[in-house]
Design a protein around this ligand. Structure first.
Ligand SMILES: [Zn+2]
Length: 510
């Protein structure tokens, strides 16, 4: 039943039909009523309303009638309802204890034994282990020599007894220095028949490529392992690759067959002398790379030996040469590589240039004898070029200050450091840490004040490029020229063909 709100909105709105949602429209709202009292009109009119408000006039005859109607309707509904029939669902059958234990062990044990799928059947008590099984007479396997591995350890991993592994390793070490065996070398092993399962199998044969020019084989004959060194002929003729630069030096050189390392070394060698971006597509590159070609077909490429570039009539020829234990590229004339400019001493942005400026603290104009680089407090400062520390300490308005003397009357200085790392009198390499950015001395904030001095005069650091050259002379120069001539006599290999086909594919520009 529902509540009819007789004293609610309908009455409050002066009889207007202001009825809330879900409420029945009272009869008196349909016809103008002479309603005098609370709910009294219904009885006086004698209208029969089967829907009685059970919230009002509780205990009256009408109320009891409404109550009876309600009970009748509810009872009827309940009595005629079809009832709740449960839907059949899936439920596991209850297993007897023995079956349950068996199913459980079959379900879990394979996983416990390392089965991936759980489908592998675990051995039950029904399974009887065999007392003895026939063994394979020999096992062939391949072991790989790992990075930082030991030869004896490789053998032991393969199943050779520790004692025999040591003995074989000593034998192999006689044939080839173990340090020469590269990581990744694959060793073919044959393990022979053993007298009982309690013992490790003996090593019957062993074979591996110790070096590109050497193969080592060992075979057990009458119980003794006989080792054999088999030298392999190797052709040392270097690989020469030439071609046109086209749209990309790197891509063209790679397409012509140059190894990645060689191309990178080539670009590095050239970039020390010229702008790589300025190379034309018609310019020709010429690389000579160390190469060892074994008679069995293996090829080992090494370092870049020669870097040549032909730009029309202008030719650049660079040969790698070692002087005083340091390798660098020398020009064909015997002049050493020019080292590029100085390293920027700190990673930061230029906040003040070289020249006249109004000093931020002193307030008057004064010549700024260096560059200021704004950088974070504590940022590392490195030596712009190699040299010897001439001064390290407090230096007036420069605060914590380091001066480095380079060759050729050049010096660089670094001011306002928070901490100095360099020691006076000590040599420093280019890029070596000498201190940290700070704001000591006359400074408004953390920055590096950087000066370059030439013969006692401060110069604009932006204008300076350090160049160091070395000139070969005497017997060294003669040997250098002989090597260059020998290398240039190498005819470009099969790679030239690739480069030539690339030539035709590329349109000729400018
Ligand atoms: Zn400054």
């Amino acid at each position: 039943m529902y509540l009819r709100q007789e004293s609610g909105l309908a009455a409050g709105a002066g009889g207007a039909a202001a009825i809330g949602f879900g409420q029945a429209l009272p009869l008196h709202a349909r016809a103008p009523s002479r309603r005098s009292g609370r709910g009294g009109w219904r009885d006086r009119l004698g209208t029969f309303d089967p829907v009685v408000d059970l919230g009002a006039r509780i205990g009256s005859a009408t109320w009891w009638r409404g109550m009876a109607t309600c009970a009748l309707l509810c009872g009827g509904a309940i009595a005629t309802a079809p009832g709740i029939i449960p839907l059949p669902g899936r439920s596991p059958a209850v297993l007897p204890e023995a079956q349950w234990q068996e199913a459980r062990s079959l379900g879990i044990t394979p996983l416990a034994l390392g089965g991936d799928t759980g489908r592998r059947m675990a051995a039950t008590e029904v399974v009887e282990p065999l007392v003895d099984t026939p063994e394979r007479p020999s096992i062939d396997l391949t072991a790989t020599f790992g990075q930082g591995d030991g030869f004896a350890r490789v053998l032991e991993r393969a199943g050779v007894s520790a004692q025999e592994a040591q003995a074989v390793t000593a034998q192999v070490a006689d044939a080839v220095p173990l340090a020469q065996i590269r990581a990744g070398t694959r060793i073919a092993l044959t393990l022979g028949r053993r007298p009982s399962r309690a013992q490790a199998r003996p090593l019957d044969s062993l074979a591996f490529r110790a070096r590109i020019d050497l193969r080592v084989e060992a075979r057990r004959v009458n119980g003794v392992l006989a080792l054999r060194r088999i030298p392999i002929a190797v052709d040392d003729t270097p690989l020469r690759i030439t071609g046109r630069i086209g749209s990309s030096l790197y891509a063209s050189a790679r397409a012509a067959g140059a190894p990645v390392d060689a191309v990178v070394a080539y670009i590095r060698a050239l970039s020390a002398r010229m702008s790589i971006g300025g190379l034309g597509s018609g310019d020709r590159f010429d690389l000579i790379v160390a190469q060892r070609r074994a008679a069995t077909g293996e090829v080992e490429t090494g370092d870049l030996l020669y870097a040549g570039l032909a730009q029309g009539s202008r030719e650049t020829r660079l040969l790698k040469w070692t002087v005083g234990g340091q390798s660098q590229f020398f020009e064909a004339s015997g002049v050493g590589e020019r080292r590029g400019g100085m390293t920027q001493p700190v990673s930061g942005r230029l906040t003040s240039g070289f020249g006249m400026r109004r000093h931020p603290l002193l307030g008057f104009s004064r010549f700024h004898r260096g560059l200021d680089f704004g950088a974070a407090y504590g940022a590392p400062i490195v030596a712009a070029a190699a040299g010897v520390v001439r001064y390290a300490g407090w230096h007036g308005g420069h605060g914590q200050y380091v001066m480095i003397q380079h060759g050729g009357g050049m010096a660089t200085a670094y001011g306002h450091m928070s901490r100095i790392v360099a020691r006076a009198g000590a040599p420093v390499a280019q890029g070596q840490l000498i201190g940290y950015v700070g704001s000591t001395g006359l400074s408004t904030g953390p920055h590096l004040h950087y000066e370059v001095w030439r013969n006692g005069v401060a110069v604009n650091p932006a204008s300076v490029r350090f160049t160091t050259t070395a000139q070969l002379a005497g017997a060294n120069l003669a040997a250098f020229r002989a090597t260059l001539a020998r290398l240039l006599a190498v005819r470009p290999g099969a790679a030239t063909r690739t480069a030539a086909s690339g030539d035709t594919a590329r349109p000729v520009a400018g």
